[in-house]
Design a protein around this ligand. Structure first.
Ligand code: PMT
Length: 402
């Protein structure tokens, strides 16, 4: 049997004070069984739910909770722990600790270790459904996501309060699968150059108006971060979006119009091993841009003449060299599969990722997507997943062609 990708990995397991802390014991056992070396860091509230003796017996390491050991004065270095870890997983993560992590409230060992961690951080929230749904919690979770942390979404089900809803910590077996997936993929794209486009393009009408679309950039940014996490050198050519990446390995090039996006793609494409065209590029632009705001007071309703924008994917497809992989997206509202296959052929793509506006939770703006990957061999549908997971599926599919 192949060893687990967790074998030999250093994992900091952070445990907070919630009833789901009992599941952390199973999680710890599974991590140790997979061959990982685990250092448990527990909050003072966490110790009310689960004893350090249980945890240190399983991890074979003293559990860290305070900054000092009271009787010896021994100092526990969160900086050293942060450097030691190949990843940190906080399970369960309570609303309180999530809030502290989001805002840098470094008043316990777990939060200081989190703030010092150089490696990837996984956060598995667990709390009652109302706390989970509170705007404060959702905003804090979004902040953690924006710091590049992976949120392992809680399940919906029976909660300790007796209520039923979203807030149950993901099962330990599934948390282990997420971690295994992360380490199995890591650095498999080392030495590769990747070009990703993301977001909408804005085509100016006058100094205050434009033609655009609803793309948020979430799908493209997730793809760029996924490739960077696997060790690739990533250029992300991004239209105007409010999402950001904190991943220093992603070089973001900001553009506004389709023509600007094409120019940046033309620079990066020749050296790229993989190019993923995720941007929602405007097909048309105004033939002329008014140099002053078009006034409402004009007697006639203005007619805006449009011209065709360049097709970026097709331009790159025509220049593609053997060994380069070019992936496109198709955002459809009808005749989904046949339209996607037509684009695959016309733009000389190696694969096309179809997402349909008819599928709930798919396409523009959402945190989730439902895709079908189509190539010349056939098509492979995937269930609705977070855009981070969808990005991993797409990059897996691309890598299998390298
Ligand atoms: O940004 P999000 O809110 O997360 O939403 C993600 C998304 C819905 C934008 C994304 O998943 C997606 O589907 N992107 C492509 C949207 C699109 O413009 O589809 P299309 O079917 O019109 O274009 C087909 C392909 O050609 C795409 O790869 C597109 O990038 C490319 N194209 C299109 C027109 C053009 N002038 N140049 C292009 O390169």
């Amino acid at each position: 049997m192949n060893p687990s990708p967790l074998a030999g990995k250093h994992i900091v397991l952070g445990i907070c004070g919630g009833i789901a802390a009992y599941k952390s014991v199973s999680l710890l056992r599974l991590l140790i069984k997979a061959g990982a070396e685990v250092q448990v860091v527990i909050t003072p509230a966490g110790k009310q739910f689960i004893t350090p003796v249980t945890l240190s017996s399983l991890s074979q390491k003293p559990v860290v909770s305070e900054f000092f050991t009271a009787n010896t004065g021994e100092w526990h270095s969160h900086v050293d722990l942060g450097l030691w870890a190949d990843c940190m997983v906080i399970a369960p993560a309570t609303a309180s600790t999530i809030g502290k992590m989001a805002h840098g409230v470094a008043d316990n060992m777990l939060v200081t270790t989190y703030l010092s961690a150089k490696s990837h951080v996984f956060v598995a929230p667990a709390m009652d459904l109302d706390m989970m749904a509170h705007p404060s919690t959702t905003a804090n979770i979004e902040l953690l996501r924006s710091y590049g942390n992976t949120i392992i979404e809680p399940e919906t089900g029976y909660l300790a309060s007796g209520l039923t809803g979203k807030g149950r910590m993901e099962e330990p077996e599934n948390i282990v699968k997420v971690l295994e997936g992360y380490f199995a993929r890591s650095l498999t794209l080392a030495g590769k150059r990747v070009l990703v486009t993301a977001g909408p393009t804005y085509e100016k009408i006058d100094p205050v108006r434009f033609i655009g679309n609803y793309s948020s950039g979430k799908m493209g940014y997730a793809l760029a971060e996924e490739c960077a996490a696997r060790g690739a050198e990533v250029t992300l050519v991004s239209g105007p979006v409010s999402v950001t990446t904190k991943d220093p390995r992603v070089k973001v090039v900001k553009v506004e119009s389709a023509r600007e996006m094409l120019a940046e793609c033309e620079k990066a494409f020749p050296a790229s091993d993989i190019s993923i065209m995720c941007a929602a590029v405007a097909d048309y632009a105004p033939a002329a841009v008014a140099d002053r705001k078009i006034k409402r007071e004009h007697s006639e309703v203005p007619v805006i003449e449009l011209v065709k924008n360049p097709d970026i994917a097709a331009t790159l497809g025509a220049r593609k060299k053997p060994g380069q992989i070019l992936a496109g997206f198709a955002l459809e509202t009808d005749n989904e599969a046949s339209n996607a296959v037509e684009k695959l052929e016309r733009k000389n793509l190696d694969l096309i990722v179809l997402n349909s506006m008819r599928d709930k939770g798919a396409g523009f703006g959402t945190d989730t997507n439902k895709i079908t990957i189509i190539d010349r061999e056939g098509s492979h549908p995937y269930p609705l997943k977070s855009k981070t997971e969808v990005a991993a599926d797409i990059v897996d599919s691309i890598q299998s062609r390298l």
